[in-house]
Ligand binder design. Structure first.
Ligand code: EPU
Length: 419
């Protein structure tokens, strides 16, 4: 297993380009399973392990996947023959549950491994299953597998008890070809969901209300292939913004949609950063030690849980005391004990981390426990004195495109040590 080595203490400066959003690309790849006439093409897909795992899943179902040197992916589902998503491919990636709705729509049946628990919490899929049942599917969960059967799904009113990103996406995809109208109330409104809806509408779906908490899908009889460029990754963008702030650097983050990062930008301004934006870039300049800021995670447009670990790292070196409240996942503080190995002072009680900012972190051997936790360790390593060695970097490779190359370009001393 590779390790990342970081020699910290270097203010970052320069400009960096953000890739397309992982959490837009993954549902779109799964949507290629929907019964459509023609090929789906996605432009500039990021080079990520989760993309590789999803394409492997699609290939074993019979989707023909080709990729050019610009990472444009072409997905031809005309020879798809298999409605089975095996545990081996699903266990590493929870988003594989997103093939359930599309497979059921195409084959009238699907067998998909339960994604299982993961480091950040239990992450059940009960709301996905209940909503599909309301649309007429018969669902059984047995020996770790979900088996679903249905005739053509029927549009209905679905009220989610909690906002769920992939839950909303699964039902939108299933409802696109259902008979009649489906209304999802308390739908999630993350930008990646809107991006999926725009992509499906290009395929001929009739979806409205996305970006709000009521989404309406008027089922159509057929879909067609299309070409789409997924939106920029707001979590990668936010991670680079914090990289600038935590190293007291000056970095321009390009190819982004700043309005999708408003909650993070507001907190960085509160921490003392100077922010200048255009409609596709944000420049973050931090001239002094950041000030501690309180955050509370919640569904979009509030502070994203996927930026909580990174902001916790910033607070660990900030001036003052802060509280970080995690409202989405029950076990998303795994990075705290690793940050403590570097000298951070953090007390966790239930869903709240109380952070006492220390002036300096010291480089140490640490271990990545999940994707965003590993991003927080990289950020801490960039700010720390001495060398930080991060193990289990496969977590970071799941969701950050060429992270060390991009950081090197803005002056970070980071390298990969193959084991
Ligand atoms: N939940 C249920 N039942 C369900 C579905 C969700 O109780 O059937 C709960 C979850 O346990 C959680 C809450 O609802 O407490 C919200 O979870 P959600 O379903 O929104 O999470 P997700 O769809 O599994 C996506 C992202 C995550 C991101 C969350 C929250 C993708 C592929 N994944 O997960 O991204 O943290 O939304 O914004 O879109 C990441 O990129 O690192 C990542 C974990």
């Amino acid at each position: 297993m590779d390790k990342l080595l970081i020699d910290g203490g270097q203010p970052l400066s320069g400009s960096v380009k953000v890739s397309c959003a992982k959490n837009s690309v993954l549902p779109m790849l799964c949507a290629s399973v929907l019964p459509a006439q023609g090929v789906v093409e996605l432009e500039n897909v990021p080079h990520l392990q989760d993309v590789t795992t999803t394409t492997r899943l699609l290939v074993q179902m019979g989707v023909s996947v080709t990729m050019d040197e610009f990472m444009n992916i072409s997905l031809d589902p005309s020879a798809i023959h298999n409605f089975y998503a095996p545990y081996d491919l699903v266990k590493t990636m929870r988003s594989s549950i997103l093939v359930l709705g599309p497979l059921l729509t195409r084959f009238g049946q699907a067998k998909v491994s339960l994604p299982g628990g993961c480091a950040i919490g239990l992450r059940p899929v009960d709301m996905h299953l209940k909503a599909l049942e309301q649309m007429g599917a018969e669902i059984k969960v047995d020996k770790g597998y979900i088996t679903a059967k249905s005739k053509r799904l029927k549009g209905t009113n679905i009220v989610f008890e909690k906002k769920s990103v992939t839950g909303t996406e699964n039902i939108i995809m299933a409802a696109s070809l259902a008979k009649g109208v489906t209304k999802i109330k308390n739908a999630a409104s993350e930008p990646e969901i809107s991006d999926l809806c725009m992509f499906l509408n290009k395929m001929g779906a009739k979806i409205s209300g996305y970006g709000t908490d009521i989404i309406e899908i008027d089922g159509v009889d057929t879909l067609r292939g299309t070409r789409h460029k997924p939106l920029p990754d707001r979590i990668e963008a936010g991670t680079f913004m914090i990289a600038a702030a935590i190293t007291e650097g000056d970095v321009e983050i390009n190819n982004i949609m700043p309005e999708h990062s408003s909650a993070v930008i507001e907190k960085l301004i509160e921490a003392g950063a100077e922010i200048t934006s255009t409609n596709s870039s944000v420049r973050v300049k931090m001239k002094q030690r950041p000030k501690a800021v309180n955050i509370e995670t919640n569904a979009y447009p509030y502070f994203p849980t996927d930026m909580q670990a990174q902001m916790t790292a910033l607070n660990a070196i900030a001036e003052g005391e802060s509280f970080v409240i995690e409202n989405i996942f029950e076990n998303r503080f795994m990075h705290v004990q690793e940050l403590e190995r570097m000298g951070a002072s953090i007390k966790v009680s239930n869903n709240t981390a109380n952070i006492f900012g220390t002036k300096k972190l010291l480089g140490a051997p640490v271990m990545a426990t999940d994707l965003r936790a590993s991003a927080s360790l990289i950020l801490a390593g960039l700010a720390a004195e001495g060398t930080t060695e991060i193990g289990r970097v496969y977590h970071i490779d799941r969701g950050y495109d060429c992270i060390e190359e991009k950081l090197q370009l803005i002056g970070a001393r980071i390298s990969r040590k193959p084991m």
